[in-house]
Design a protein around this ligand. Structure first.
Ligand SMILES: Cc1cc2nc3c(=O)[nH]c(=O)nc-3n(C[C@H](O)[C@H](O)[C@H](O)COP(=O)(O)OP(=O)(O)OC[C@H]3O[C@@H](n4cnc5c(N)ncnc54)[C@H](O)[C@@H]3O)c2cc1C
Length: 485
């Protein structure tokens, strides 16, 4: 039997299976947000049923492979190599809203855009990530941060049920009422869930859009672009909005003007504000950004009324697959105008000095009101237990994500040096206050100390739960990968 026949024999004839040759072009079988750490897998399986997934698990068990599910492909911290069975979940994308109990059932391969569109069509929203192309389950497993953190907390705080195929091939339905080891598994999936099984459906609470009282049913968005000379003003405006009101989502960004712009390649600073409430409230909450002396320094400033279904479109430029990307992330308690200004100069220097990283390297600083996140934990404790979900940094309301995006492998050293230095600058205030470095489970990076994401107790429990449910290591998990500390 050839290798191909032997792999195919695990699957029904209706299941799509690709077995790459050494000469196969990588992108013809696997498309990922970043090509860093991605090689040809042993096989690509495109399941259309749960039985196909179980067959992939049996194949991995028999051949000593590892099953890695792929959905949006944005998980740049997940290694793919010749021992990987890549489970491409693109055929499992159904989303159905159940209005009778304000919930949404999401299939294992659905993207944020699938969930957004299906919910909005029924007059609802849920906790989908801010990027259309991100996989819903991938985001959920690390917490699911969304534009609604300040109103409802994270996705993991609003989960009703998880349908999971385990490494033994059994199918479990886990809920907040699960008991014993199934309860431990449920809690671990909520924030530290990468590599504990294959989720084929996730049920989240869905919220009526009408509850937000939007003016004309549209989202108030204010976008202001500043030139480099106005970095201090942009930083001051951003900091005046901290901590943001619950429905306000302020984002500060550094990016180069796109190739089709008259100022092609020029560094720009963007302050983007979205408000999930009435326009008058939005204008009050965002007053600092609307002052004439602020807009007077901008290249452009516009107030938009954006249909709900398009709320994530502004981030599409960051979703392109391919190329090499190093994502550096930190979560902060505090930040200063001086640090933002220095971080901007460091970002600009990378582009000025390293042509390969110039056009597309970007920085995003996002923030949210932490009250809803903290309240969710308190509610869990009030219900008779401690907060047993795996999200440690509920009181940190600022996240920095800076991505060095380049094309030549030899640029990696400069990209990494940039990332390390940028985080050090962003962390200056927290360091002064002796606040320990923190990072986000959804933005892991090889070399990261996992204690930046989880407490020591959480890591111990994650290892225990993984050993119990996946003793043979059929799935990839950061705790089984020595590229993490
Ligand atoms: C541009 C960009 C924007 C982002 N925005 C956000 C954001 O707004 N909010 C946020 O929380 N995160 C965000 N992230 C982080 C993102 O949530 C994680 O990278 C997540 O892992 C991506 O999931 P994916 O399906 O797109 O990626 P993939 O690489 O396809 O999947 C990543 C991992 O998720 C797991 N996984 C995926 N599907 C399943 C499944 N059905 N069953 C079991 N395991 C599964 C697997 O371990 C898989 O290896 C963003 C990342 C990028 C690059």
């Amino acid at each position: 039997m050839t290798n191909t026949d032997s792999i195919q024999s695990f699957f029904s004839p209706s299941c799509e299976v690709k077995i790459p040759e050494p000469t196969t072009e990588l992108h013809s079988v696997v498309s990922r947000w970043s090509d860093s750490g991605v090689d040809l897998p042993a096989a690509v399986v495109v399941p259309s049923t749960e039985d196909d997934i179980i067959a992939a698990i049996r194949l991995a068990e028999a051949k000593g492979f590892r099953v890695i599910p792929g959905c949006g492909g944005h998980g740049s911290f997940v290694p793919i190599d010749g021992k990987t069975v890549y489970l491409d979940l693109k055929k499992l994308r159904t989303v159905s809203v159940d209005k009778s109990n304000d919930s949404v059932i999401i299939a294992g391969g659905a993207l944020a855009a699938d969930v957004l569109k299906a919910c909005v069509a029924e007059g609802y929203y849920t906790l989908f990530p801010n990027s259309n192309a991100v996989g819903m389950i991938g985001a959920f497993l690390g917490g699911a941060s969304s534009a609604f953190n300040g109103i409802h907390g994270f996705g993991i705080d609003n989960v009703l049920a998880i349908r999971l195929i385990t490494a033994s091939g059994s199918i479990l339905t886990l809920t907040p009422s699960s008991t014993g080891e199934e309860a431990s598994l449920f809690n671990t999936l909520c924030g530290a869930g990468h590599g504990l099984g294959i989720i084929t459906s996730l049920t989240l609470t869905a919220f009526p859009i009408s509850g937000l009282r939007l003016t004309d049913n549209k989202i108030w968005i204010r976008r202001t672009i500043f030139p480099p000379t106005a970095i201090a003003t942009a930083a001051e405006v951003y900091m005046q909005l901290q901590p943001p009101a619950g429905p306000l989502v302020p984002i500060l960004g550094f990016a180069r003007a796109p190739p089709n712009s008259p100022a092609k390649g020029a560094p720009m600073i963007m302050v983007s504000l979205a408000y999930f409430g009435p326009r008058e409230e939005a204008e009050q909450a965002a007053a600092a950004a609307l002052a004439p002396d602020v807009t007077g320094q901008a290249i452009s400033a516009a107030t938009l009324a954006v249909p709900f279904a398009n709320m994530n479109d502004g981030a599409d430029a960051f979703n392109g697959h391919g190329g090499l990307k190093e994502m550096y992330t930190c979560m902060l308690e505090s930040l200063s105008v001086a640090s933002i200004t220095r971080a901007f100069e460091r970002w600009r220097r990378l582009g000025d000095e390293v042509e390969d990283a110039c056009p597309r390297t970007y920085t995003i600083v996002g923030s949210w009101n932490t009250q809803a996140l903290v309240a969710s934990a308190a509610a869990a404790a009030g219900a008779g237990g401690a907060d047993s979900k795996f999200y440690r940094h509920r009181s940190r309301g600022i996240i920095v994500q800076t991505t060095a995006w380049y094309g030549k492998p030899e640029t990696k050293a400069a990209a990494d040096e940039y990332g390390r230095e940028a985080l050090e600058i962003f962390r200056e205030e927290d360091a002064k206050n002796k606040v320990a470095p923190a990072s986000f489970a959804n933005n892991l990076r090889f070399g990261l100390d996992l204690e930046e994401v989880y407490s020591r107790d959480m890591i111990g429990e994650l290892k225990r739960v993984r050993q119990l449910w996946d003793p043979k290591g059929i799935f990839w998990s950061p705790v089984g990968d020595d590229r993490f500390r």
